[in-house]
Design a protein around this ligand. Sequence first.
Ligand SMILES: Cc1ncc(COP(=O)(O)O)c(C=O)c1O
Length: 390
Amino acid sequence: MKEDWRISDRALQIQKSAIHEMTRLSKEIEDVAFLSWAKPTSDTPEHIKEAAITAIKKGLVGGYSENAGLLELRKEIVKKLKKDNNVDADVSQLLVTIGAVEGLSAALMALVNPGDEVILPSPTYSTHIRQVILASGKPVLVPTIEEEGFIWDIDAVRDAVTPKTKAIMYCSPSNPTGAVFSEKHLRQLADVALDNNLMIITDEAYEYFTYDGHKHFSIASIPEMKRNVVSCFTFTKSYAMTGWRIGYLHADETLIPQITKAHIPFAICAPVVSQYAALAALQGSQDCIAEFREHYLSTRNLMCERLDTLSSVFEYQKPRGSYLMFPKILLKEGKDSTTFCKKLLKEAKVSTTPGIAFGPTGESHLRLSFCVPEEMINKAFDRMDIYFKE
Ligand SMILES: Cc1ncc(COP(=O)(O)O)c(C=O)c1O
């Protein structure tokens, strides 16, 4: 008999979030060195908070906005897409969403029929897998090439395409691996999509966080892809606005009304106070992005240096972007990443995320976040140094 007759097959297929489980377990232990979250630890810049307060005081935020989002905000997004993503957009091609995740979910609901296959890289952001399942689609996980920095294996993607494939979905820069898919690879991916009539759904949450000369490339900037791409963006990472729940999606103008059909029953519109905050974020100084990037670059370097001294325990690819990395666990016990991470938490008081949460090729790995203060990284590694050398 079914596990619980009240629950849909969609919901039953979804596994408990490993990140939330590690957070729950971490709370039971005092003074944990926490490297589990992909959440910026900085606070939202003052001018953004002030703009939200002003909008509240002016009585602008008590009602709904247009379903697609405030026109003023969409006009600013058009400018940003041109300037930073080389994408020629129009306000009719934009939908302001509740963070990137609502945009991704709404896009999948509008594009995917039950049983349609959606190709994802493995490892990938686990929310994407859940979003495909909730849209009654089938996630098809295609291994990436770890030795080359977890990049797409384009031949493997081509081989994974079947008559049921509807879309390819990815985030670059990547959560959890820190991979950055290059322009060259994304052009090849675009060819796969065009040759097979597939949609590409992107999550560009970490667009500004790339290092060592690696560049973020938006696949929507390829003119031939106009009808085949839905690109999702967010204010969460760029402006440290996690809790404001605000992002946006860009797609062909004929798709926006269809995606809006999914957006309305879930959201009606994105939170209006957050839309005013987002407007201020785009119109104001962009210095915070550069500051966050500098900080992540230095914490990435520190984390890599500390990992170098644990080379009998971990092997890693230096992240080219995002603020996450995905070392391989070389010890025998690492074959079961969940048990390994739970033990590390309990015995060394270091909270990480088991790699299996991010797809089958994530097993034997763990995810580490470097969007934390340097002291947190040092605390975690001081403890691991003792723990693994004992
Ligand atoms: C790849 C990726 N996409 C989306 C999100 C969440 O974005 P938002 O807060 O805009 O919904 C995260 C958060 O960790 C993420 O890592």
